[in-house]
Design a protein around this ligand. Sequence first.
Ligand code: ZN
Length: 165
Amino acid sequence: MPNATVPTDLHRHAGDGWVTCGDHLHWGLFGAAGLLLVGRDDDGEPAQIVLQHRALWSHMGGTWGIPGGALAPDEKPAAGALREAAEEAAIDPAAVHVVGTHVLEHPAWTYTTVVADVAPGYRIEPRAADPESLEVRWVGLGDLGSLTLLPAFGEALPRLLTLLG
Ligand SMILES: [Zn+2]
């Protein structure tokens, strides 16, 4: 049944759709990817990350996760994560320096977390740039416990944080 509250001005592409994976579903016919953008303190230690407060109409709406979404056909995960971060959070791809990826593999689907620093000389002020977010902002690592995280992101986060070095 159509959901009347879903906005109509979304970015759509041929990778959008649900994939059946065993007894559950995933979003992204060609997999999905997201950007874990890290802000560092003056000593170079990870201090904050960009999080998206997911719109209430979306899957797992109201929880916090990273900007991201379904990959387009033939799109590389890093390119898809940067495209989604630009669409959803107004993050300039030129201001992002990718440092690594982490791939979560399911039988019928993969999710790639693209871990990145702010490129030297840039300053990133993310904001909710499309209807998929209630809010997008920097969140201090010490404040993560006060937010309701997207369950899959919350489970992966300890491992992801070890990649930040
Ligand atoms: Zn699965």
